[in-house]
Design a protein around this ligand. Structure first.
Ligand code: FAD
Ligand code: N01
Length: 548
């Protein structure tokens, strides 16, 4: 077992540094420690949980069912933990993350309130020099980014965004003590999942809520409810088979795949299938009603119209209903949402929708928000404006690979990875749920576990074979970039201006970042690559220089 030791420049020397103590970083640490590697997690926050540490806004909860959205790597953990709701709320998921940290004694190897700011690859030593906000530079053979796909929050690019004098809150950085909006007039910018979850709760408390919507989203009722003891027991009895089915599924949740096209059935039958999907309270319930909803615009249009008719039936004011109806993207191509009374909230007297397509925001003022036709005064403004997704947290660290090339520069025209796990020119850098892996197109727990297991096995292989480094070859990376693009181009995803496509960040290259080939197919590919001697990867013996 490699011991943590000095690196000659005052810092420590480790087998691995892991960035982030969300579910990915915690499981990575657990695995590496069990395998005898010296590893430390560096985490900016003062606690574990990642997403569930930061996103504490009212109404925050998962939208993959808790019985699926949980770790499967430890049978006892799986059997002992009891989820209270179908879609458990943020405090319970954070409690689970803390339970995992305590149960496996992870905290002793996590350094909180510390950021990783820079990492430089030394091609002679085959090691990373990783600099932290505490002024330390740690030497590590392996550098593992578990920094999250949705952890780098962003404010809107609106003139005057810093000029508002009242309190502002971003859903991704919610105060730990909560916020009491009683009696306040508040403005909310953003109607993605965070806005859609929080607006109904905010409306119950605040005196008045003005919702600023640029793009209407498709949302379906979550059908959230308390879980019955017998259904939890029933799941626990079949967990091994259930998890295995999830690992080989398309989206990381075992659901039957449809065989028919939406266009080959009568309108009546189609609407019956959509109604079942709508009632299922399942994120992919409607999308998996037919086999062509993500590939045929004509088929997808029928599902869009079904949802729009639901919105029209729920929202009483016809203009508000029409403004809430999405027309600019196919269903599912922006992340679909599950809600608890979102559309109904617009029937309340204290909620008003502002359609920014008609009256855009011109500026944020010291007292509120001014659109092209009105000035609003608020006691607080909430930014539900999302994240620089997939790449934001990765390139926020100044990562310098071979020949001084930075990850940021390498990706300036679009993300390039092999399997979303490694990047050519950056040996021994692993990205958990990185770009071009199924990641956000899946139940993330399944994808996190698969990546962590793959990386851990790879590190064992290197150790057992006396290898100092592993790197994706240029050819393998080119192949995977092309494959990822082709998989995306066969779907409707490129039609939307979504964070999947990088469209929410000005200047970000327009590339479908996550891999849509499916969790099961992707896992097979990863396993096949290993079975074929790590096809597409180049390894170096200690101190051996190799041209890759
Ligand atoms: P994160 O949980 O994002 O953790 C990354 C950690 O890295 C953070 O704690 C961050 O502080 C730290 N970090 C980043 N950069 C640095 C640095 N330079 N130095 C130090 N620390 C750093 N997915 C699902 O599958 N189902 C769901 O229902 C679901 N719900 C979600 C709800 C919300 C509100 C959001 C925002 C996301 C949701 N997701 C969901 C996606 C979710 O992000 C993943 O499921 C999962 O929690 C990601 O875990 P992670 O460990 O990979 O990353
Ligand atoms: O962020 P988003 P999010 N002016 O990017 C608007 C996961 N998640 O935090 O669409 C006006 O989806 C922007 O408008 P537009 C999930 O994967 C899950 O809500 O760009 N508006 C959009 O409406 C999710 O997809 C859950 O036109 C501006 C909104 O802000 C991901 O995290 C809950 C604007 C941002 O929506 C991100 O969700 C929460 C501007 N200048 C999050 N800039 C679950 O339910 C941005 N917007 C499990």
């Amino acid at each position: 077992m490699a011991k943590s030791q000095g690196n000659g420049s005052g810092g420590r020397s480790l087998d691995a540094v892991i960035v982030g103590a969300g579910f990915a970083g915690m499981y990575m640490l657990y695995q590496l420690r069990n395998l005898g590697f010296s590893a430390k997690v560096i985490e900016r926050a003062d606690g574990v949980g990642g997403t569930w540490y930061w996103n504490r806004y009212p109404g925050a909860r998962c939208d993959v069912e808790s019985l699926n959205y949980s770790f499967s790597f430890d049978n006892d953990l799986e059997q002992e933990w009891v989820w209270s709701e179908r879609y458990s709320p943020q405090p319970e998921i954070l409690k689970y993350a803390n339970h995992v940290a305590d149960r496996f004694d992870l905290r002793k190897d996590i350094e909180f309130q510390t950021s990783v700011d820079k990492a430089v690859w030394d091609d002679n030593e085959c090691r990373w020099a990783i600099s932290t906000s505490k002024g330390e530079t740690i030497s590590a053979q392996h550098y593992i980014m578990a920094s999250g796909c949705l952890s780098h929050s962003k404010l809107p690019e609106i003139p005057g965004v810093d000029s508002y004098q009242g309190p502002t809150y971003h859903t991704g950085h919610w105060p730990h003590e909560g916020v009491d909006f009683t009696g306040m007039r508040i403005g909310v910018i953003g109607t993605g999942s965070s806005g859609i979850q929080s607006i109904p709760e905010l409306a119950k408390q605040a005196a008045h809520v003005t919702v600023f919507q640029r793009t209407p989203n498709f949302s379906m009722p979550a059908g959230n409810r308390a879980l019955e003891a017998d259904e939890v027991d029933a799941m626990k009895a079949i967990y091994p088979e259930h998890r295995q089915a999830a690992r080989t599924s398309g989206f990381g949740v075992p659901v039957p795949l449809p065989e028919r096209s939406a266009l080959e059935v009568s309108e009546e039958e189609r609407n019956e299938v959509f109604q079942r999907g709508w009632d299922s309270g399942n994120l992919v319930g409607m999308l998996l009603g037919f086999n062509d909803l993500l590939t045929s615009k004509e088929a997808n249009d029928t599902a869009c119209e079904f949802v729009r008719n639901k919105i029209r039936a729920i929202v009483k004011d016809p203009q508000t209903a029409e403004d809430l109806c999405p027309f600019d993207h196919p269903l599912g191509t922006k992340r679909p949402c599950l809600d608890s009374g979102y559309y109904e909230t617009f029937n309340r007297d204290n909620v008003k929708l502002i359609n920014l397509r008609r009256t855009p925001i011109e500026e944020i003022t010291p007292t509120g928000i001014r659109t092209s036709d009105q000035e609003f005064t608020f006691d607080a403004i909430i930014f539900a404006t999302g994240f620089d997704a997939m790449t934001g947290a990765l390139v926020a660290v100044d990562i310098e690979g071979q020949d001084g090339i930075t990850l940021k520069n390498k990706w300036q025209d679009g993300t390039r990875t092999y399997l979303g796990i490694m990047v050519h020119g950056f040996p021994n850098l692993f990205t958990i749920t990185g770009p071009a892996s199924p990641s956000v197109f899946s139940n993330m727990m399944i994808s996190i576990e698969q990546h962590v297991d793959w990386i851990a096995a790879c590190m064992v292989y290197l150790r057992d074979h006396g290898k100092a480094s592993i790197e994706a070859s240029q050819e393998a990376e080119d192949f995977w970039v092309q494959h990822n693009t082709e998989a995306g181009d066969a779907t409707l995803y490129p039609l939307a201006n979504s964070w999947y496509m990088g469209s929410n960040v000005p200047g970000k290259p327009r590339v479908l970042m996550p891999y849509i080939g499916g969790v099961g197919v992707y896992r097979e590919e990863c396993d096949d690559i290993v079975a074929n001697g790590y096809r597409g990867f180049v390894m170096r013996d200690a101190r051996e220089k190799a041209s890759v």
